[in-house]
Write a protein that binds this ligand. Structure first.
Ligand code: NAD
Ligand code: UD1
Length: 338
């Protein structure tokens, strides 16, 4: 039996494909390459070695295209789906709401309809800490109130609701909603990692590009937040730890768990300047920064309580901040677009 990864050539999907293949699983990927490159398939194969590489099959296509999904579910023995595919830039979602609602919602609906047709009922969904908006206190627990402040976040909320309604209508489904905090870092091989098109919006890829001299200087958005050094605090999690969480979630689905929601974070908050300082230690002090005004829409502090994932799935993040910075730096040097 195979696991279908939608968006499996993207940042989190590619790391998850490696973990699943190394665990001996058969993996089928569908990706439309809108934010990834076909080379990633070869890099995944190189990392896992020839024996496991035989267990990877890649289809290039759009999850909204019912025909290609029918073909995949007919040709492959899919028993579980991890749904990564989607657009993910908050700012862009405000500029292009229709594209975001269409891509993220239509892909999910076409996928769930196809799964229903082929009687596949195991589903893992990539949700986000963004669904907590401005949480009332820290750390954030899974039962906190949810709400969205932008179209990207709305798509995550809508999909979570669709999954809850689906489970209510048929409780033979097993569904894991994984709310990721801030994934950073890259695979130890330096072959796969995060390589966004254009100027990065997120902190870590921006820092990496300043360190290599591709960008001049990091703007630290605000130093007057109510945090230990005044800069924004987040729960950064190594992408390999996050990928391993998906393996644990698939195992959990096998216990007929019903619908479950888990925070995937470390439970530790680091500030922007903590990240800059840690990165400077591994790259030899190349990250120049200046203090800039707050970025509209940002919150001061956000970190998880991830105890539920440990208690119920046996998962916890293991890699530290130094490892996140080292692997980002290694990937940036080896791989990213010039
Ligand atoms: P990514 O952009 O690197 O990967 C998404 C992949 O999906 C890309 O390879 C893209 O080409 C593909 N894709 C997009 N729309 C598609 C479609 N309609 N059909 C087929 N393929 C499609 O993003 P990522 O960081 O790996 O994120 C994966 C998921 O996790 C997304 O749903 C994202 O919203 C969610 N998430 C990411 C973060 C983060 O910080 N990276 C945080 C929280 C949640
Ligand atoms: C952002 C999204 C969030 C999404 C997450 C992962 C917003 C408001 N939120 O979260 O929905 O799930 O990315 O894709 O966009 N920072 C700087 N300078 C920079 C970039 C960032 O100081 O050039 C600071 C930010 O102010 C923040 C921290 O770094 O305090 C992390 O920012 P970022 O990596 O963009 O992630 P989030 O804002 O947490």
């Amino acid at each position: 039996m195979s696991v279908l990864l939608t968006g499996g050539l993207g940042y989190i999907g590619s790391h998850t494909a490696v973990e699943l293949l190394e665990d001996g699983k058969q993996v089928v990927v569908i990706d439309n390459l809108s934010n990834s490159n076909i080379d990633v398939a070869d890099k995944i194969k190189k990392i896992v070695g020839s024996r496991c590489a035989e267990n990877l099959k890649v289809y290039i296509g759009d999850v909204r295209d019912k025909k290609i999904l029918d073909k995949i579910f007919t040709e492959e023995h899919i028993d579980s789906v991890i749904h990564f595919a989607g657009l993910k830039a908050v700012g862009e979602s405000v500029q292009k709401p229709v594209e975001y609602y269409d891509n993220n919602l239509t892909s999910t609906l076409v996928l769930l309809n196809t799964m229903k047709h082929f009687n596949v009922k195991n589903f893992v969904f990539s949700s986000s800490a963004t669904v907590y908006g401005r949480a009332k206190s820290m750390p954030i627990y899974e039962d906190f109130e949810i709400g969205a402040t932008n179209p990207y976040g709305q798509t995550k909320l809508f999909i979570e609701q669709i999954l809850k309604d689906l489970y209510l209508s048929d409780n033979s489904y097993n569904i894991a909603i994984l709310r990721y905090f801030n994934p950073i870092g890259a695979h130890d091989s330096g072959l796969i990692g995060e390589d966004p098109n254009g100027i990065p919006n997120n902190l870590m890829p921006y820092i990496s590009k300043v360190a290599t001299g591709k960008l001049e200087c990091l703007s630290v958005f605000g130093n007057d937040y109510d945090t230990h050094d005044g800069t924004g605090v987040r729960d950064y999690i190594h992408v390999v730890d996050l990928a391993k969480g998906h393996l644990k979630a698939l195992n959990k689905l096998k216990t007929n768990c019903g619908l479950k929601i888990y925070n995937l974070g470390t439970g530790v908050g680091y500030s922007v300047l903590d990240i800059v300082n840690a990165y400077n230690k591994v790259c030899g002090g190349k990250v120049k920064y200046k203090i800039a005004p707050r970025r509209p829409g940002d919150i001061d502090i956000c970190y998880a309580n991830a105890d539920k994932a440990y208690k119920e799935m046996g998962w916890k993040a293991e890699r530290d901040l130094e490892d996140m910075c080292k692997t980002s730096w290694n990937f940036e040097n080896k791989n990213t677009k010039r």
